[in-house]
Design a protein around this ligand. Structure first.
Ligand SMILES: NC(=O)c1ccc[n+]([C@@H]2O[C@H](COP(=O)([O-])OP(=O)(O)OC[C@H]3O[C@@H](n4cnc5c(N)ncnc54)[C@H](OP(=O)(O)O)[C@@H]3O)[C@@H](O)[C@H]2O)c1
Length: 282
């Protein structure tokens, strides 16, 4: 189907929660949370999906396996022309409609600042923040024209609480959260809902959390991408403003505000060391 979609949210009442999706674009859809989100959204009637990531073969396989119409754009989101390429694809293949943008692509490369320096901070910002802002800027006119619509930004609990060796990653996610809160207020009058999802430890390719899963004491704190996918769906059009996944991770954010000294003591002790996992980028 290439014609303009009848608005999928037509039957819904303002910003009341509504499960209909319409044309949904998911970045970082080749693996992990993005892939689980594509599979989750594909279950909703009337969904058309646009999947974005670098690995074309994985995107092709996923689009072919989904029960709804799905197309893909294989692109490095940090490339200068990536946002324009994605917009051109939406115009050519989905009649310029966009009801849900899920900014999920991201990565972490652990290093203390003394070793990773500015280069490591820049690398995180380019993918986890700049690429999100650039893509959103390019697609915002489409989201407004398709309103009621939504943007869901996948940040992290690390965007509320920072640990040693995760400073560059946390900086990019703190930035994403601050920007998302502002965008929420700015876009509300335009019918573009902005949702924020903050996962804790989720077992994926880029964040395997192997050390945590190996120990009985910490295994239980590692969750699954499908749980985050459900939260992303809940934060879509007319949905929630924010969700921690799993929910108890929100306590870390509360503790950082209410008990800063205690939180700092915990985060510089041995417990924090065992909670700083290695990643595929290490
Ligand atoms: N898993 C966790 O514990 C956890 C916790 C908090 C937050 N998060 C956040 O959740 C999001 C998804 O991560 P995940 O856990 O699902 O990890 P993942 O399995 O490694 O997925 C990352 C996705 O991003 C894509 N990607 C990476 N660099 C890209 C680039 N330059 N251009 C386009 N796409 C790119 C990857 O696809 P290609 O390699 O094919 O490009 C992949 O689809 C990230 O923003 C992450 O920060 C994860």
């Amino acid at each position: 189907m290439t014609g303009k979609l009848r608005h999928p949210l037509g039957g819904c009442d303002g910003f009341e929660y509504c499960c209909a999706v319409g044309v949904a674009l998911v970045t970082g859809a080749s693996t992990g949370i993005g892939k689980a989100t594509a599979i989750r959204l594909a279950r909703e009637p009337g969904t058309e999906l646009v999947l974005v990531a670098r690995r074309e073969e994985l995107l092709r396989e996923l689009t072919e396996s989904l029960p709804c119409r799905a197309t893909y754009v294989a692109v490095d989101l940090t490339d200068a022309d990536a946002p324009q390429r994605v917009r051109a694809h939406l115009e050519a293949e989905h009649a310029g409609a966009l009801h849900l943008l899920v900014n999920n692509a991201g990565a972490a490369w652990r290093a203390p600042f003394a070793e990773g320096g500015y280069d490591n901070v820049r690398r995180h910002m380019e993918l986890n923040f700049d690429a999100v802002v650039r893509l959103t800027g390019e697609l915002l006119p489409m989201l407004r024209a398709s309103a009621p619509s939504a943007i869901v930004n996948v940040a992290s609990t690390a965007g509320r609480v920072s640990r040693a060796r995760t400073g560059a990653y946390s900086a990019s996610k703190f930035a994403l959260i601050g920007w998302s809160d502002s965008l929420y207020a700015e876009e509300k009058p335009h019918g573009v809902h902005v949702g924020l999802v903050m996962p804790g430890f989720i077992r994926t390719e880029g964040f395997p959390a192997t050390e945590l899963r190996e120990k009985a004491l910490t295994r239980w704190i590692v969750s699954e991408p499908e749980k985050v996918a459900e939260a992303i769906h809940e934060c879509g059009p007319g949905g929630r403003a924010e969700r921690y996944v799993p929910r108890p991770y929100g306590l870390a954010a509360i503790s950082r505000i209410l008990f800063p000294s205690l939180t700092r003591r915990v985060l510089t002790g041995g417990a924090a060391e065992s909670l700083t996992t290695k990643t595929a980028g290490d």
